[in-house]
Write a protein that binds this ligand. Structure first.
Ligand code: PBG
Length: 325
């Protein structure tokens, strides 16, 4: 009898147990980070219409959510603040009693060292014009902005943040933040840099949640062109040189080639941010009965792990961690 076919890849797929045993990629709650929005001056959580299941938290509800996430084995929370008062300089971003500083203290108090508390570091939620930095005319001024980022980093570290995550895409921001942290005695606070961040239309729903849409113009003067690949590697290289401890690529789904490239080129931990639009697309399709939410979410997250992401920031963290446990 002719031994054809000699190779039968189907053998290793023939039962659930075999597929599980030979899976090349694992997805675990410890790979996940949950973004949480903290809004000042509300006394009950406020749902975000464009992101079903996501809310703007009160300090108390965020604390409870953090407790539940820690219990599920999730690695961290990424905190965004929505202040009661915005001004041209975004001063609430580095106030010791700011919404994010108080949230960091409350959540740290709740979860202690069970989970990492990561503070998103940007100005767009805090400025009345909605831009990620200080303006000079209609332009975001790079060098004065990174000075303020340094102050924000120190106030977040002072409040107890385990990690700061600058997302403003200013040149030299990691260096300025590292210097400011070191000068203030926070030399052990790591920087998770949004090293590669594209000017993406998939951030749309986030801007409702964080109330940080620019009042005029857009972010294309500082966020990257989706057409570019080599530029992403340059950005990552620069951030490493400036002292980044881990690198983030954002968004995730349309940019898995970039996740893989950053992972292969540098010996650094890589995180990817599965952004609001990625979440809302699946939610909307599932609500219409067009997609199975659980299967679609777990498949998308597995793809991000396969592309090389060590950590994934996702709004599906709570459900995914429940499904996985
Ligand atoms: C800016 C910031 C944005 C997101 C995270 N940080 C929005 C932007 O750059 O306009 C988007 C995240 C998401 O869409 O889920 N600080």
């Amino acid at each position: 009898m002719t031994p054809f076919p000699t190779e039968r890849p189907r053998r290793l797929r023939s039962t659930w147990a075999l597929r599980a045993a030979f899976a090349e990629t694992r997805l675990h709650p410890a790979n996940l980070i949950a973004p949480l929005f903290l809004k000042a001056g509300i006394d009950a959580p406020v749902p975000i219409a464009s992101m079903p299941g996501v809310v703007q938290h009160t300090r108390d509800s965020a604390r409870k959510e953090a407790r539940a996430l820690a219990g599920l084995g999730v690695s961290g929370v990424l905190l965004f603040g929505v202040p009661a008062r915005k001004d041209p300089l975004g001063t609430e971003a580095h106030s010791p009693t700011g919404v994010i500083q108080q949230a960091i203290r409350a959540i740290k108090d709740e979860v202690s060292d069970e989970m990492a508390v990561i503070a998103d570091l940007c100005l767009c939620e805090y400025t009345d014009h909605g831009h990620c930095g200080l303006l000079a005319g209609d332009e975001v001024d790079n060098d004065s902005t990174i000075e303020v980022y340094g102050q924000i980093a120190c106030s977040q570290a002072q409040a107890g943040a385990d990690v700061v995550a600058p997302s403003g895409m200013m040149d030299g921001q990691v260096k300025a933040i590292r210097a400011a942290l070191d000068d203030s005695g926070f030399e052990h606070t790591p920087i998770l840099s949004y090293a590669v961040k594209y000017a993406s239309s998939f951030y749309g729903p986030f801007r409702d949640a964080a109330e940080g849409a620019p009042r005029f113009g857009d972010r294309r003067s500082h966020q990257q062109d989706p057409a570019n690949y080599r530029e992403a590697l340059r950005e990552a290289q620069l951030d490493i040189g400036e002292g980044a401890d881990a690198l983030m690529v954002k968004p995730a789904l349309g940019y898995l080639d970039i996740v893989r490239a950053v992972k292969d080129h540098f010996n650094y931990p890589v995180a990817t941010y599965s952004v609001s639009g990625e979440y809302s697309m699946i939610k909307a399709a599932a609500a219409n009965g067009w997609l199975d939410e659980r299967a679609a979410v777990l498949e998308a997250l597995t793809s991000m792990r396969r592309a090389g992401a060590d950590l994934i920031v996702t709004y599906s963290t709570r459900s995914a961690a429940e499904w996985l446990s």
